[in-house]
Design a protein around this ligand. Sequence first.
Ligand SMILES: *Cc1c(COP(=O)(O)O)cnc(C)c1O
Length: 375
Amino acid sequence: MRPWNFSAGPSALPLEVLQQAAEEMTDWHGSGMSVMEMSHRGKQFTQIRNEAEADLRELLAVPEDYEVLFMQGGATAENAIVPLNLIGRRSSGKADYILSGIWSNKSHKEAERYGDIAVAASSGSEIMLDGQTQSPWTWFPAVDSWQLRSDASYLHLCSNETIGGVEFSAWPDMAALGAPDVPLVADASSHFLSRTIDFSKASMVYAGAQKNAGPAGVTVVIVRKELVGHAMPTCPSAFDYANVAGADSMFNTPPTYAIYIAGLVFKWLQRQGGVEAIEAANIAKAEALYSYLDTSDFYLSRVHVGSRSRMNVPFFLRDESLNSNFLAQADAAGLMQLKGHKSVGGMRASIYNAVPMEGVQALISYMQDFERRYG
Ligand SMILES: *Cc1c(COP(=O)(O)O)cnc(C)c1O
């Protein structure tokens, strides 16, 4: 059996997808070519791309008035590409950002180069929640605390902070917050396709594929059509959503192999019963792990209960001197890449779509066993 892989990204892919890619590696569907060797404008790759888009639209019920773009540069490049494309939508030149951890802070910092950027809310301080002190970046700012500018071009947030393990799910109606013309834009990289998306609330989501949707190299952008076509004159042509959309994501050579593998992941998801089915599985996985953490005197989760990510679960051994021992024995037991991000410390289990309940159970069993031996 393969070891269980808890990497935060690039991360585990479904074994079936890897096996199919291996079978098709040198000769895709009798074409005599690997997908890597095909012209991106040929009929075979056009079919691969079109099916990937159609399957993704079906999986997430993407409305007709949204573009689905396959881009490059990762979510990091989108930190610049988003303001370059959207700030010019309104004469104010303003955009608002919610800060909830490392990734949203990076987005905010990059955007400051392009306009009048304000922080609408931040979790970068200690707070009392449910009678407990929450440290910075372990909670998500409540919607009713957001300070919005109604003339902003957009509001940006990170809907799943991969490093802090903080997830946002209660997407508000911007009209009810007094900002009906402010579209909500989310970096959804690390929970994309783990749950449904309410496109009546989200005007744009983007995601680097390598967390939950495929290999590194392709960034998926789903954007309401009316937001496209307002790029600043200085926006690089290849990053202008209007150019990318107008050319069916082939303004220049797209990351063909990454799109092909992501397409195989989409078909795998359909075979699992779609996003609703995988979301139910993800809820069960997260519940199993958090409820174990919460009942243990040996481990703990520091993220506020209402903001805990279903995908990325940072946790700590109360006795941190056991950390390297825990990791070494986990590795030997076939539980890989559990070391926490250096800025947070401790451990982090990323339990993306491709890590089934069986993998989570294997992790919990190992943790129980370790606790019995060292607790
Ligand atoms: C990984 C990650 C990024 C950065 O992705 P790159 O592909 O390295 O640019 C940005 N945002 C979130 C939420 C992430 O998880």
